[in-house]
Design a protein around this ligand. Structure first.
Ligand code: FAD
Length: 420
């Protein structure tokens, strides 16, 4: 039986960062044939794609410097984001709530009237309740509700009021009115960095520094014995650990343990999955400036689309399309692709003369965790119990949360420092 001090489940950005900050007795076990998890990059013909867009908006100098020092200067693009909402037959700036003055007069007045007369509360029961209380009926029903229902694929009453944390663009009446004259985008991602060769370039930076003998690819953990501190691999081998660092999705991780209560908790956890199409066409769209767009219209199958070619100054339309699903939904990929192409045509993003040259399909499962009070308490309690057995579950999915790539790196680094 192999023994190791730090056993890391998953070679995504969290697992790789942890390994970069811990001493040398670690082992990463990764079920796929390559590292990177959701930050991998796909190359097909003339096109370079991520698993949906993966853009870097650093809040720490440490990781920003690492990114800038490790990737060639001329291979990084710096962008001030240009993001739009396709609302009826208009493009308006994102976020909707601070750009209602760009709507037609009648709709603008409705939004402003409801915003002014909203029923603000001290405490909100859930996400939808918070939206109505902070923004009023019209802003909610014209954009925030349909868009987020398409994204999360759930009833928004089932999400916690802070389900999106710092990623939600809050704005009060004063900020909304001020934005009518002075555009003042203060969102977390108003500018971003992106490697010309995709997000996977940064994964390579983290991977390069590690000892490849300490990374097992194509190796899946299928059982965890919490008391004995052992895991069983799909090939039957057993590994004993002192510390177990999990970065795989927490719901699936729980089912690998020998604790029946954890299996029950796993069944209760709610999340969506996202079907991503990366599409490469033979020429550019008429939309040449937009980096990504939000689509609240429920008659259109996708909720968000992005334009790699506009970010990288490419000569052919290279885009990602995101479609949200309930965790139990069956996905008919062919039907969705057909519908996507029809809708792109209908919205005028492509025209009849444009030919699809390449495409790829990815299902992100889970994609967005549904954060709600009850699950949050149970998850935290469970994680605390696991900590007592030297098991730490981190990252966006291991930590069962909503966070960025950099947040995952910060958490992994802090944990490595804490238990080293
Ligand atoms: C649609 C979408 C768009 C996003 N866009 C951005 C963005 O623009 N910017 C940003 O900062 N963040 C973005 N994110 C978030 C980002 O993807 C995550 O924060 C980050 O990838 C999480 O990394 P991780 O290492 O924690 O998990 P993962 O990348 O999921 O890595 C977990 C690894 O564990 C492996 N694994 C799972 N089970 C097992 C097992 N049993 N045995 C062995 N290995 C196993 C998996 O194969 C995987 O490699 C986006 C997320 C989504 C869903």
């Amino acid at each position: 039986m192999k023994e190791v001090k730090y056993l890391i489940i998953g070679g995504g950005i969290s697992g790789l960062t942890f390994a970069n900050y811990i001493d040398d007795s670690y082992l990463i076990v990764e079920k796929e044939k390559e590292v990177g998890g959701y930050c991998r990059t796909i190359k097909k013909g003339d096109f370079i794609w991520d698993y949906a867009g993966h853009f870097f908006h650093f809040k720490t100098e440490e990781f920003k410097n690492l990114f800038q020092k490790s990737i060639n200067k001329d291979e990084i693009v710096y962008q001030d984001k240009c993001t739009k909402i396709m609302y009826k037959d208009k493009l308006i700036d994102y976020p909707f709530q601070t750009n209602i003055h760009q709507l037609d007069k009648e709709e603008f007045i409705e939004c402003l009237y409801d915003l002014f007369n909203k029923n603000e509360k001290e405490e909100y029961d859930d996400f939808l309740d918070m939206l109505y209380g902070k923004f009023g009926k019209s802003i909610v029903e014209k954009f925030l509700k349909p868009y987020n229902e398409k994204l999360y694929a759930c009833n928004l009453h089932n999400l916690d009021k802070d389900a999106m944390g710092r990623f939600f663009p809050y704005a009060d009446l004063k900020a909304i009115i001020n934005n009518m004259k002075n555009n003042n985008d203060t969102s977390y991602n108003n500018s971003f960095l992106y490697p010309k060769n995709g997000a996977g370039s940064f994964i390579n930076v983290l991977y390069r520094k590690l000892d490849k003998n300490k990374i097992l690819l194509n190796t899946e953990i299928t059982q965890i014995n919490i008391k004995n501190k052992t895991v069983i691999l799909k090939n039957g081998n057993i590994i004993k650990y002192k510390y177990l660092i999990n970065t795989s999705p927490f719901n699936k991780f729980l089912t690998l343990t020998d604790n029946k209560e954890y299996h029950n908790l796993s069944n209760e956890l709610s999340y969506n999955k996202v079907l991503v199409f990366n599409l490469g066409f033979n020429k550019k769209s008429k939309y040449v400036n937009e980096h990504w767009m939000y689509i609240p219209d429920k008659n259109i199958n996708f909720y968000r689309i992005g334009f790699y070619d506009n970010i990288l100054n490419g000569s052919k339309l290279s885009m990602y399309i995101e479609i949200g699903y309930d965790k139990n939904a069956k996905i008919d990929i062919e039907k969705q692709l057909e519908e996507t192409l029809k809708n792109l045509l209908k919205l005028g993003i492509i025209d009849e003369s444009m030919k699809l040259e390449e495409y790829s399909t990815i299902i992100m499962n889970p994609a967005y965790v549904h954060i709600n009070n009850k699950n949050d308490i149970d998850v935290k309690k469970c994680m605390k119990e696991l900590n007592n057995h030297d098991i730490y579950s981190i990252g966006r999915y291991g930590g069962w949360t909503y966070c960025s790539m950099e947040d995952c790196m910060i958490e992994a680094k802090n944990l490595a420092k804490k238990i080293k």
